[in-house]
Design a binder for this molecule. Sequence first.
Ligand code: NAP
Ligand code: ZN
Ligand code: ZN
Length: 392
Amino acid sequence: MNKVGLKNRLVFSSQHIKDIVMEATKTKAEGATQVATINVKAFGTAAANADLNQLNIQRRKPTTHDVEIEILYCGVCHSDLHTARNEWHGTIYPCVPGHEIVGRIVSVGNAVTKFKIGDHAAVGCMVDSCRECQYCKDGLEQYCETGNVLTYNSPDKFLGGHTFGGYSESITVDEGFVLHVPSNLNLAAAAPLLCAGITTYSPLKYWNASPGKKVGVVGIGGLGHMAVKLAKAMGAEVIVFTTSASKFDDAKRLGANDVILSKDADQMARYAGKLHLVIDCVSAQHDMDLYLSLLRVDGSLVLVGAPEHPLPVAAFSLIPFRRHFAGSTIGGIQETQEMLDFCGKHNIVSDIEMINMQQINEAYDRLLKGDVKYRFVINMASLKNSKLKNQS
Ligand code: NAP
Ligand code: ZN
Ligand code: ZN
């Protein structure tokens, strides 16, 4: 799925960087609302086949209900890579990814009540929604009828252009879409909860992972390793399905009751027709029928992984067992806070490898090889302390 190797990707020249800066600046001029802005450093890409590199973007100064967050850490989700490389199509460039954001409040708007300067705060995949449709009223902003505003690659109603994500020094967000991080959790290791955590918590809860239930987790990456920890904490029996024999010991350590090498037919046969729920966290093409065959009657396979291309399913993988083939995306704001509090209570964070912002292209290549245990988190001090290459 890595269609473009690192060597073939464009490395930005000074002119490219200038062009991106100009493009990012232009978004403000096209904006519908007049708001004061600040210039901040970010990391992004100008094209699907280009490396990520440093650029300047604008952030609005807080309006009435906004908080300005100095970003301390940002997780690296496979969705960042899918988007940066336009694998889902519709990426608007320049693209600044990042939606697993934790940081510190540095300024607040006049009407802000949830946060004060100095508080830790977190932002996930959404920064706004219509707030009026039935889904928004029910706390399901992720399914907002008119479309929520994603943290990156969505229209920016304040500045015009599109939103920029957490690979940046700061972000300004309406407090209604900002979360509290339990104080007992390591802040850097809590960052991945904002996407990997909620994306697996929400379907585990909806499909009732609990004592007496057998839950399969397919693909032990950022999402998968969180699914194991969360399902275990919910009391379910957890069976991991991995393509990587090297992850067996880790899967047990993360809480799995059993681990299956999915390439081994004999091992797979042990769970045929046995599972109540399967959470599929795989980022690339794979055989759906293989995993549907694990479900009991009325069992559900829930796709959270979002590979680039369609995944074919045989009718007879579903029909004879009244099986469900479903999908789920992130979670609402209230549920995200609930997930963070659940993680606080159970002392759950992500297993992380900390990187500097400048290592992001190498990190993407390693992500594609499954070479991360189990989430890269960017230490944003590395960006704060750097200079734009074409600046003196
Ligand atoms: P990740 O860290 O790269 O993990 C993906 C895992 O999938 C790998 O560790 C590997 O696990 C497995 N895998 C990779 N290539 C495979 C292949 N060819 N065949 C079988 N298994 C393979 O990615 P992530 O950040 O967890 O994200 C996973 C997917 O979820 C991505 O597509 C991402 O865009 C999507 N996502 C969706 C949502 C949502 O709202 N639904 C939110 C966030 C992310 P093993 O080594 O164990 O096999
Ligand atoms: Zn994500
Ligand atoms: Zn809505």
